[in-house]
Design a protein around this ligand. Structure first.
Ligand code: ATP
Ligand code: MG
Length: 332
């Protein structure tokens, strides 16, 4: 019997502060899995440059992301945290995998379509993003990839590429599966609820960041777009209120039926919004406290990622050498 723990790998781009979608869809559950799995949490800074970044901001955001990970409950003594660009292997494996990836499959990716829409200059890095993500996952032979719903298609590509490589060259990669929460997997924008909440949204009122002060949370929820109705229900024709109700469920852990029942006697959105804001403020309070206590301790944050690099670089080398051998690259 194989007693080895299954491997989990996941990450969040250092493209801004983590938001409620990242938290409810992923980070809030991270600490529950630390002891059950071998956990790798990385900071995908190579993914971040698929959209133009100011270099100094990216550098700061990368270290800051480590602080946010720890604040969200990642205990560096029970998991490994590392920065993508520090590890040799991610981009090398991307190249090999890209030689097995049909271009048409990349053009069909929802994220590529969303992020390239209305852009004048579209760079190939954005198109290749899912291949880099497949390399991130396969390099560590991850069994599970916790993500929000928006990344499901990308994990499916990673599965396809693992299977294709295994069939073409012989058994090499573990076939990964997505781990997607039932509620919280798709938190929508507070200002345009037909779009998902995003770190890179230029309207900061559309997004609740995990570092938002209580007053800001109250203001953002109070001004969230709803409709002229007054029934608090999960009605797809009223995406604004449905999104707020979904946020309530994800934050409290109750089911949609229970939430609809709880608010069935309310005849206005305002008191519901107030209750929701209070729930979020309480939920984020310990995260914010922890974040404030470590965010300026650069030496500590650097030491966490140095330890992470030492831990994962040998694993990445091992997989890469195996892959190079299998595709026919000559040994050094
Ligand atoms: P960006 O706008 O820069 O792409 P993002 O907000 O989409 O940022 P990512 O870093 O791309 O965040 O994603 C990190 C994780 O959070 C992924 O697992 C992703 O599936 C999840 N996630 C992102 N947005 C949401 C959302 N609105 N609801 C639930 N999960 C989300
Ligand atoms: Mg994203």
């Amino acid at each position: 019997m194989n007693n080895e723990k299954k491997v989990i790998l996941t990450g969040m781009q250092p493209t801004g502060f983590l938001h409620l979608g990242n938290f409810l869809g992923a980070a809030n559950n991270w600490n529950k899995i630390l002891d059950q799995y071998t956990c790798y949490f990385f900071i995908p800074n190579q993914h971040a440059i698929t959209i133009p970044q100011v270099p100094a901001n990216l550098r700061n955001a990368t270290l800051n992301c480590v602080a946010q990970y720890i604040a969200c409950g990642l205990d560096p003594n029970r998991c490994t945290i590392f920065v993508q660009s520090h590890i040799i292997g991610h981009t090398e494996l991307t190249w090999v995998l890209s030689c097995l990836t049909p271009l048409g499959q990349l053009y069909r990716m929802h994220q590529f379509k969303d992020k390239s829409a209305k852009k004048e200059n579209i760079y190939s890095g954005l198109l290749y993003y899912p291949v880099l993500m497949a390399a991130d996952i396969l390099l560590y032979n991850a069994d599970f990839v916790p993500t929000g719903e928006d990344q499901r298609q990308h994990v499916e590509l990673a599965r396809d590429l693992a299977e294709k490589f295994n069939v073409t060259y012989s058994e090499t990669f573990t076939i990964p599966s997505p781990l997607i929460e039932t509620s919280g997997a798709r938190i929508m924008s507070l200002k345009a609820p037909e779009h998902k909440m995003s770190k890179s949204d230029s309207d900061s009122n559309a997004t609740i960041y995990i570092t938002d002060e209580p007053k800001i949370i109250q203001k953002k929820i109070a001004s969230a777009v709803t409709d002229s109705g007054d029934i608090i229900a999960n009605d797809p024709k009223r995406p604004g209120i449905a999104n707020l109700l979904n946020i309530y469920c994800a934050a409290t852990g109750i089911s949609m039926e229970e939430a609809e029942e709880k608010f069935s006697t309310y005849r206005s959105y305002a008191p519901f919004k107030k209750e929701l804001a209070d729930v979020l403020i309480t939920l984020l309070e310990p995260v914010q406290e922890k974040y404030k206590s470590i965010k300026d301790d650069k030496e500590y944050l650097q030491s966490v990622i140095r330890k992470g690099t030492e831990m994962v670089q040998p694993i990445a080398y091992r997989t890469l050498s195996k892959v190079y051998r299998k595709v026919g690259f000559l040994d050094k």
